[in-house]
Design a protein around this ligand. Structure first.
Ligand SMILES: NC(=O)c1ccc[n+]([C@@H]2O[C@H](COP(=O)([O-])OP(=O)(O)OC[C@H]3O[C@@H](n4cnc5c(N)ncnc54)[C@H](O)[C@@H]3O)[C@@H](O)[C@H]2O)c1
Ligand SMILES: C[C@@H](O)[C@H](N)C(=O)O
Length: 387
């Protein structure tokens, strides 16, 4: 089964009653509609029936998104390291009011006043659905998650947010014909995956709840794509490095912290071994890749989950590059064994079919990354000192 017919889908969505009882899990076969599509009925969520119409020549585009309109975007978990930057990029492209940031945390004043913000807990399915319906959302970028190190410290919460929350997102997206982006991660690989290089398709047996939940997200998204025609798109981000937003508790956080410590104290204690090689990317490249994969014509996507990368370096190599700009920086090493074990199971160099499929090219390598980070954090520090 490949895809949905928009008219049939919307017709059925409006006409069909939504059944809420968790105990009434079932499937119904509907009568063939006038358009001649072969109807199937699928319980996307066990509280409702969502009939899906499939035609052999249908494309994979979202059912409710007209290509001539701007998408109406909802970003979940938008107050983390990546969400505010993505909202800024998407708002520049689609208009301020067409991009809604959401989170369960209170936004800082500059974020609150920069565009639409809304409270949304992804564990609250009804609230999510209300937001999607009331705001006529067509694209959903699902950023809410607990990252690798924080997830190991709170497995139950990570399981709830990263797995149960994802189920809510998938059902909402399928039921309302949204184009859905869910980031995966290099953490979706594990100790038995090939590390150098790591192909897009290979063994994935991660040993963190974060990694397990992200493999689950990849597989569920692809399943919904093939089963229900959900327009699911996924990139496995490497460690993302940003100057104006803080990482949320991952294994690659050291590569952000070093810049702040270098500028503020001239000393940096690294919690990974000096020779730990991991894939990394500057945030601007990451957000551009996200927009590019969301805008890519469906027929250019040979897969729905892709590796993506810019550079790979070790703490020693990063420190060396920072020391070229700030020669007095002192770097010491004090291992966090949880993070080290995680890092030792992750890829060093993911290969990328994105290059072939939609021409992905990063702009920032290590020297540009270091210059940009130091320039930004340095100027912030000077402003803070002056005021
Ligand atoms: N930053 C990276 O290096 C990186 C790398 C690979 C993948 N990713 C993925 O990208 C996405 C965004 O990453 P990030 O670095 O911005 O994460 P982050 O940890 O900085 O932010 C996650 C956000 O999710 C929110 N959240 C937690 N529980 C929630 C709930 N119940 N409902 C709604 N929101 C909730 C948090 O409040 C937080 O603002 C995540 O899915 C992450 O796995 C990030
Ligand atoms: C790599 C990524 O998923 C995140 N930065 C982490 O370290 O957990």
């Amino acid at each position: 089964m490949r895809d949905l017919n928009p008219e049939c889908y919307l017709f059925r969505q409006v006409k069909m009653p939504v059944l809420r009882s968790l105990s009434r899990v079932a499937q119904q076969v509907l009568q063939a509609p006038a358009c001649g599509c072969q109807p199937i009925t699928v319980a996307v969520r066990n509280i409702s029936f969502s009939p899906r119409q499939v035609t052999s020549d249908a494309s994979f585009h979202s059912v409710s998104f007209s290509e001539t309109d701007h998408p109406k975007v909802l970003i979940t978990g938008g107050l983390g390291q990546l969400g505010v930057g993505l909202a800024k990029l998407l708002r520049r492209r689609f208009g301020n009011n067409n991009v809604i940031l959401s989170d369960i945390r209170k936004p800082p004043s500059h974020v609150f006043h920069s565009g639409p913000f809304i409270y949304s807990d992804i564990l609250d399915y009804k609230n999510l659905r209300e937001i999607v319906v009331n705001n006529r959302i067509t694209w959903l970028v699902h950023y809410s998650a607990l990252l690798s190190a924080v997830g190991e410290a709170n497995v139950a919460l990570a399981r709830a947010v990263n797995i149960t929350g994802l189920h809510n997102i998938l059902d909402i997206a399928a039921e309302h014909g949204l184009r859905l982006f869910v980031p995966s991660t290099i953490g979706a690989f594990g100790p038995t995956s090939p590390r150098n290089p790591t192909p897009d398709l290979c063994v994935q047996r991660p040993r963190t709840i974060y990694g397990v939940s992200k493999v689950h997200a990849e597989l569920m998204g692809e399943y919904y794509h093939h089963r229900y025609g959900l327009d699911f798109r996924c990139l496995r981000y490497p460690g993302i490095i940003s100057a104006d937003s803080q990482p949320g508790g991952g294994t690659t956080d050291y590569a952000v912290q070093i810049f702040h410590d270098a500028v503020k104290t001239g000393k940096f204690e690294c919690n990974l071994r000096s020779d730990t090689r991991l894939p990394m990317m500057y945030i601007e490249d990451c957000l551009r890749a996200t927009l590019e994969v969301m805008e890519a014509p469906a027929d250019t996507l040979s897969m729905r989950t892709y590796n993506i990368n810019a550079m790979s370096f070790t703490p020693a190599e990063l420190a060396g590059e920072v020391q070229r700009q700030l020669p007095d920086l002192q770097v010491t090493y004090s291992l966090d064994q949880v993070r080290q074990d995680i890092a030792d199971s992750w890829p060093m160099n993911p290969t990328m079919r994105t290059r072939r499929d939609w021409g992905w090219k990063h702009e920032y390598d290590l020297p540009e990354l270091v210059q940009t980070m130091l320039a930004f954090i340095g100027s912030e520090a000077r402003v803070a000192q002056a005021s």
